[in-house]
Design a protein around this ligand. Sequence first.
Ligand SMILES: *Cc1c(COP(=O)(O)O)cnc(C)c1O
Length: 384
Amino acid sequence: MTKQEIPFGRPWIDDRDRNEVLEVLRGHILTHGPVCKAFEEAFVQLMGGGHAATTSSCMAALHLASLHFELGPGDEVLVPAQTHVATAHAIELVGAKPVFIDCETVTGNIDTELLEPAVTKRTKAISLVHFAGIPADMNKIMAIAESYDLKVIEDCALAVGARWNGSHVGLLGDIGCFSFYPIKHITTGEGGMVVSRDAGTVQKIAKFRAFAVDRNFNERQVPGLYDVTGVGMNCRMSEMQAALGRSQLAKIDQILARRAANFDALRESLRGIPGTRVLCSATPQSHSSHYCLVVILEGALGQRRNEIIGRLKEAKIGTSIYYPQPVPRLSYYRERYGYSPGQFQGAETISDRSIALPVGPHLELDHMAAIAGGLKTIVKEMSA
Ligand SMILES: *Cc1c(COP(=O)(O)O)cnc(C)c1O
């Protein structure tokens, strides 16, 4: 990256990461091996408890969660209107109905006040996201889940290192799903993880992830002999991917510290720009994983969001939008379930009036100053 160029996201791969992958390729075991196990164990250690199973992606992990809870036709699942489409797809894929719930615009998380009124006899689960790594209010969500006997799935794709009341996210509900896509906190190229406090849940999902075969390659007394106990898929992670993931995880403290420092510095330098505010988790319970810094443009400035992004791009400042549409406004969901403008005002505000700024470990404090300086100049010129 040249001095002036500030990409939104970039995987942080070093020689140790490369060597760990090559080490697997020097051996004979490319899947079902000890490296996936070791990566899972290291992930459990990071979380400080629970159980974990690697998967081929977070989407696969979410899909496996839906299958595990036997969600299907006739069932309803409460899903945030403001999330990655994967959260909703995992419900739709098994024939259940996603019931979209608006978000609040302090953190971008699901508005817990709207959950209870949306519960019907058909509601089976809540599938929530920790928006941009800011933990959702798990006390309120779990209280509602308990009173209506609902399963809770946490989409933790941007939330490695995020904690609620000291517990790592993913272990507060029934199942948590993580992503190791290239620009997430750590990467395996493509990859994901299912986690749970309950060992049995993770064991069952681990079978589902491999055709629902009852014993894997290493567990067979007679080679080639196995039984199948259900309908499964193949969404395993390979040993090469797990080697990269495990190596990446070894520097997670550094990654999280760098993200937090960048976030704090950027938030501080953005203070006082008229017409802007920042999504943030400022409660003692809530520890963010600082995936990115989301700026909300208020009033007239909000109408000029795309123009501002264009100007930042000219200044070589990479940005993104998390997420560019409320999920129910995407063509597929709009055509299937209908959508009227203003139906999800919180989600619309974030989709239409926010800019996600980078704070990843590929960037330093100088870059944060440059981002804030760039945005300040643009806003000033626009209001002149
Ligand atoms: C990236 C992302 C996903 C999808 O992750 P994959 O590993 O690419 O399947 C799901 N949910 C959220 C919130 C994400 O940000």
